[in-house]
Design a protein around this ligand. Structure first.
Ligand code: ZN
Length: 439
């Protein structure tokens, strides 16, 4: 901040709150997942109004990493159901949770995660999504476990409490903990609540106040959450609504990512301009003036401190789309619809059908073929056309199939003997150029 450093290398998390006006260069080593993020990050350059540059390096593989990370956040039905059961089990006899007088449940979020066999971080996301769906309502957090040590005899500490009700509560608490001067005792909310009926939500405030006056030491080391469970929590349809919400969120992510990619792919000509494209996108208008300085609209580019025409390519990697498709169908023979095979190979965890977003099944998302074409530059239309050509050529066939769970009919794709032979290398495949992949 003192201006002593020439260059700072940082992740995007850096500098969210740093407002430094005289930044001359923002160099992105990789593109962010949205144009909004890019505008914000690149917008750190030149806040003092003087000339500044933003350079964006991009790599075709980055989008697969971003999709991968975004997919991690999508729970499948099994996980949602497991978490639902864990929440419902807080009411069970023998659970570690405590049902308080007003119907709220005090529970340990990590124990909930354990019970559902999921990571605590994922459990936090799930809890939020259940909250969002109105299936649980969160109350104040409070301490589940702590240690306490009185610096004074019990009677001295109690004598300092003016409020009668509070003094009675403290006396009852100390009694149940077996507290005595200079002796460390453990506080466990569930136990104390059972023995004394003292609402655990009142204990933190009480003990913190006493600790502030040096009457005791209070160290809370395990926080719990309080929840009100909705009567709808047990309903299956509610989980589907949550899944749909995750699917919609991913759809928005995908849309934003594509806008970022389109921006990267802009080439000179047709009145293209980086600055105008960004401003138009962010304002929703289409009349931003050309900047005259960017790699797209500068008449000469000669004042730029770098060569905007530079392109770095790795070795081309050849992917035979036809074999990828046949291999994926072989491993999920007669199960998936053609569009599921397509999305699976492209690493897109959901599909749009008749205007609705459907999450790919857990088995499609878990497949070894998931994302096989990620980063290869393969386009959905290309995959669709190849599937059609393979079907036409008798390598694949379409069969009517009925979903065992709900009787829905759909068209599934299966491998024919000819397709098997082709995979084994015994039969010529329909003529289709291999995709050239730029790394
Ligand atoms: Zn421009």
């Amino acid at each position: 901040m003192q201006g002593e450093l020439d260059v700072v290398v940082a992740t995007t998390a850096f500098g969210m709150g740093v407002d430094k006006a005289e930044i001359r260069f923002v160099l992105h080593y990789d593109h962010p997942a949205s144009l909004e993020a890019y505008a914000q990050e690149a917008g750190r350059a030149g806040r003092d109004g003087n000339e500044a540059y933003a350079i964006l390096l991009s790599h075709s593989q980055t989008q697969s990493t971003e999709r991968f990370i975004a997919r991690q956040g999508i729970p499948d039905t099994r996980v949602l159901r497991a978490y639902q059961h864990a929440l419902l089990a807080t009411d069970d006899e023998g659970s570690s949770s405590v049902r308080l007088a007003d119907g709220m449940v005090l529970c340990d979020p990590d124990a909930l995660a354990n019970l559902a066999h999921i990571e605590p971080t994922q459990a936090r996301v799930l809890l939020f999504s259940f909250e969002e769906a109105g299936l649980v309502q969160r109350g104040p957090d409070c301490t589940l476990e702590a240690t306490m040590l009185l610096n004074q005899p019990v009677s001295t500490v109690l004598a300092t409490i003016v409020d009668d009700e509070e003094r009675t509560r403290a006396a009852s608490l100390f009694d149940s903990l077996g507290a005595a001067q200079d002796m460390q005792v453990s506080y466990r909310a569930a136990q104390v609540y059972e023995q004394t009926g003292i609402d655990p939500r009142t204990i933190d405030a009480l003990l913190v106040r006493l600790a502030e006056r040096d009457l005791l030491l209070y160290r809370a080391y395990h926080r719990g959450i309080t929840l009100t469970l909705s009567e709808h929590l047990a309903q299956q349809g509610e989980l589907e609504a949550i899944e749909q919400r995750f699917a919609n969120r991913y759809a928005r992510f995908e849309e934003r990512l594509n806008t970022m990619l389109d921006y990267i792919k802009l080439r000179p000509g047709n009145h293209h301009c980086r600055s105008a494209a960004l401003i138009n996108y962010l304002t929703g208008r289409d009349d931003a003036p050309l900047c005259g300085k960017c790699d797209l609209c500068s008449p000469t580019s000669q004042h730029l401190p770098w060569d905007p025409g530079i392109r770095l390519y790795g070795e081309p990697l050849a992917v035979d789309l036809r074999l990828s498709i046949l291999g994926a169908v072989r491993d999920h023979n007669g199960i998936f619809a053609p569009r599921t095979i397509e999305k699976m190979l492209l690493g897109i965890p959901q599909t749009n059908y008749q205007g609705k977003v459907f999450l790919l099944s857990a088995s499609a998302r878990a497949s070894d073929h998931f994302g096989e074409l990620d980063g290869t530059g393969a386009k959905p239309e290309r995959v669709q056309r190849t599937i059609a050509a393979l079907t036409e050529g008798g390598f694949l066939q379409l069969n009517e199939r009925t979903l065992p769970s709900n009787g829905t009919k759909y068209t599934a794709i299966a491998l024919t003997q000819r397709g098997r032979d082709a995979l084994a290398g015994g039969v010529e495949l329909p003529e289709y150029r291999e995709i050239e992949v730029k790394l």
